[in-house]
Design a protein around this ligand. Sequence first.
Ligand code: AMP
Length: 225
Amino acid sequence: MTATQDPKTATRRRIVLLGAPGSGKGTAAAWLAKKLGVPHLSTGDMLRAEIAAGSELGREVAAYTTSGRLVPDELVLRLVAARVAGDAAGGFVFDGFPRTVAQAESLDNLLRTRSMSLDLVLHLDVPQSAVEERITGRMGCPSCGKVYHATRMPPKKEGACDACSSVLQKRKDDNLQVLRERWRIYDEWGHRLVEFYRRQGAFSEIPADVTAEELYRLVWEAMAA
Ligand code: AMP
């Protein structure tokens, strides 16, 4: 039986990826969502899109995202609820959401009102020391969202996206000062969130200080377990 025909991976459609900033959860979430054929819901990307579009919500959240502080739950939940009621009704891979136990409880409630629940929570575990180099070398495509790294996953042509040739950009919050603030916040909230989901079951821990290919393999193994 191939992995795609495995009964567990065939029914698991509502996934949360947890992990500290730079743990590789964005890369893993994009890969997994594509493989499952469901939307990749990165609340960070959604917030950045609102900021880029100059919407009212975007103006409200800009100061939080550039400093690394958490955006108020109510604003994030508004974005999430719209997607779960829309294109993500049949499944999703969340990345960067929930960030706190309060958000996790709100997500449970939101899903319950639609007679849904999470199928699996994956926690990508990476030591902080491994992350600084990852984050400071990270670049992304503003058009199609593909993520690169200066040394680990460089584009074929320097500074240009392989998929759509757009000029790659660094995120404003991908610098050491903001990264340390994001880690501090993760330290405050992330562990409680991991324990919350560990107690609920349908939870898997992945040692994620590995190459992207190995990470995909471990994620798929956890999906089938
Ligand atoms: P990320 O792309 O997940 O690293 O998120 C970038 C920034 O967006 C964070 O530092 C927060 O300011 C904000 N953000 C993203 N997701 C959330 C969330 N679930 N709750 C609150 N703030 C968030």
